[in-house]
Design a protein around this ligand. Structure first.
Ligand code: PDD
Length: 277
């Protein structure tokens, strides 16, 4: 494995970060996960746009040619189907102190993980999943893709131990999103998803789903959704860069719709596959 760290491409075991790095000490850092299929980035621009949003929110100044760095990293890792993880921390202050100096040098790290090319296998290759619903214990800036993922890790582990593949989170009676994905519901042919704001991450895959729905004339609404809406749904989906759009077949052990991958999901998968080629 070759990783990128602060301007150099090095074997993973040779990449070292200071114990005083603020990413390590405080989670003072942001990240992105970008899929590459057959060595080519899928949706690079929206990811880099969101990264800019996250960096601006933390006021971390950074100037870097991301496309060049990421393409080089993917090439050095043999291309193919990879998800690229990148992280930018505020940097190493040489000591532990909460306040920071605006002139700090950010730490920039990126690595690759093999992923499956979902589109190559077709809709029958996608397995529907079970989800649980649990309290959203996160902060109120979930629009920032920040590395403080402890609440996400706790609910994802809770899901795993309940035999589910994702945890949907609910705050003040309103569903927000999954531990690492956005949420969609289908009811009577209409697609619904929680509206953007500081309570959810603006998913790049979520944006693509809505764009494709628009193009195909599928009606959709960005609106508040309740637990009842979820239980009464004909279809439930989650979306993320590494998983694309996945049908949810049960919620807290209760069957969604007829318990099969739904027709609108198949339509959306088809639209994704066409977009992808
Ligand atoms: N997670 N919401 C949360 C909380 C997420 O962590 C993610 C992505 C998404 C979907 O965003 P996108 O469609 O841009 O991937 C929504 C990544 C994959 C991760 O943390 O691994």
């Amino acid at each position: 494995d070759i990783v990128y760290l602060d301007g150099a491409f090095v074997p993973a075991q040779d990449a070292k970060v200071s114990v005083f790095d603020r990413g390590f000490l405080f989670g003072d850092s942001v990240y992105e996960v970008i899929p590459f299929y057959r060595g080519v980035a899928f949706g690079l621009e929206p990811h880099l746009k969101r990264l800019e949003h996250s960096l601006a929110a933390l006021r971390i100044p950074l100037s870097i040619d991301w496309p060049a760095v990421l393409n080089e990293l993917v090439t050095r890792n043999g291309g193919g189907n990879l998800s690229v993880y990148l992280q930018v921390t505020r940097g190493d202050a040489g000591r532990r102190t909460p306040v920071y100096d605006a002139s700090m040098q950010p730490t920039v790290f990126a690595c690759c993980n093999p992923i499956r090319n979902i589109y190559a296998d077709g809709p029958d290759g996608v397995a529907g999943i079970a989800v649980i619903v649990t309290a959203d214990l996160r902060w109120h800036r979930c629009d920032i893709k920040a590395n403080g993922l402890l609440p996400n890790i706790l609910v994802l582990q809770q899901a795993r131990e309940a035999g589910a593949a994702e945890a949907l989170m609910i705050r003040d009676g309103i569903l927000t999103e999954g531990g690492s994905s956005n949420l969609f519901i289908v009811r009577s042919g209409v697609l619904y998803t929680p509206k953007l704001g500081s309570e959810i991450l603006g998913g790049t895959t979520r944006e693509l789903v809505l764009e494709l729905a628009r193009g195909a004339g599928i009606p959709y609404q960005e609106t508040d959704l309740s637990y009842e809406n979820l239980l009464e749904a004909d279809e439930v989906w989650i979306s993320s860069s590494t998983r694309a759009v996945v049908p949810v077949l049960s919620v807290d052990g209760k069957t969604v719709g007829d318990g099969e991958k739904g027709p609108l999901w198949r339509r959306m998968f088809e639209l994704f596959s066409q977009f992808h080629h």
